[in-house]
Each structure stands twice: as structure tokens, then as C-alpha cells.
Design a protein around this ligand. Sequence first.
Ligand code: FE2
Length: 208
Amino acid sequence: MIWVWTGEIPQQPLPFVPTLEQKECDVAIHSHFVMNCHPNVVMINPIDAQHLNTVHQLPIEVFFERQELNENAIIFTNTTPIKDNSSFIKIIRLFYKNAITYSICYWYGSISIATLGPDFFHVHTMLAVRLHEGGKAEGQILLITKKRKGIFGWLCNRIVLWLTKIAGKFFFMGDIKVLQTIQFDLKTPIKVDQPIMQFINHVENSNP
Ligand SMILES: [Fe+2]
């Protein structure tokens, strides 16, 4: 990936994974795509809580907490408490201390970094989009995880990134269908739509 600053001297930092700012990472290149919808539609997808239930059939409601990292970066973190005492939930609790890890960090309104995985192994999916000809969205996905020591750490990272790539493709298939046909008519937003409005406000108020 080559990041280009169109002015003489870069005024803003490169986007980074909030927990890995100064750390070494292992990276895998995922897919490059062109989609028949505006880039903004692609961007809001991970914080569109309603689509998590309808498109991805997630059995729980997701609530996000917002945090401004700086004037150009905003983070939405899943804070839904893990309730219920079923045996399935008990297994989930072994991997997640508080809420299930799902957070999205947006940079410049055109890059999203989704953080997933159990507490001991986070994987980050970076999605960079730009406007393509004909009002379409062109995007590139990168998978990132913290560098781990030794040959075992290296192998572990390669396997996890590869598995994430497969899982990502599966999720993306569901999104492709809705993103290209979605019609926004946000007249009476409900509580779960709030992150989308917060994101739009953040982008409109930040530096270009
Ligand atoms: Fe999605």
C-alpha cells in the first residue's frame, strides 16, 4: 500500500491500529474490489448495528461506545455485556473478559480498522476506500496482527491471518448484496442508528 499526501509536506499522520501505533506487525493483503455503491456506504457497514442482525444473522444486539482518538480518527467499540448463563456463553466468557471484541476505528472517513478476536489474539482488518469512476467504490483490504516472536509466532500469525481471510470473504459476500442496493432514508433514526450519525458528524467536522 502506498499512502499519498497531495500537498508538499504531510500534515497528518498515517492511519494506524490504535493499540499497535509503534509496534511491529504481520500483514496479509486481502482482496481489492470495485463495488457499485458510494464509498461512504461501504464505510458505515461495520457500525450499522441493524445489518449485523439481519444480514449476518448475529443473535445479539450490538451497542457501541464512541471515542474520538484525534480530530481525524474515531473509534466505535462494542460494549454489549455478555449476559446469559447458557453453556455456550460460558465458553465465550473464557475468551473475552468483558464484551466480545468488536471495535471499528475510522481514519479520515475513508479507512476503517475493525478489531476482532479473543483477548489474547486480536486481528485487525483495515479497509481503505476511494471514489472510483461512475460513483463506485474502490477498496483494498489488509489484515494486520501484532508480530509474534520466533518461528512458532510467525506460523501462528500466518495461520490466523489466513483463517481471517476466509472468514472475511464469507462475511463480505453478505455485505456485497445489500451495499449495492441499499437506499438511505434516515427519517426517524432509532438508538442503534446513532453510531452512523455520529460517524457522519465526525467526518463532516474533521479536516479534509
Ligand atoms: Fe457487514
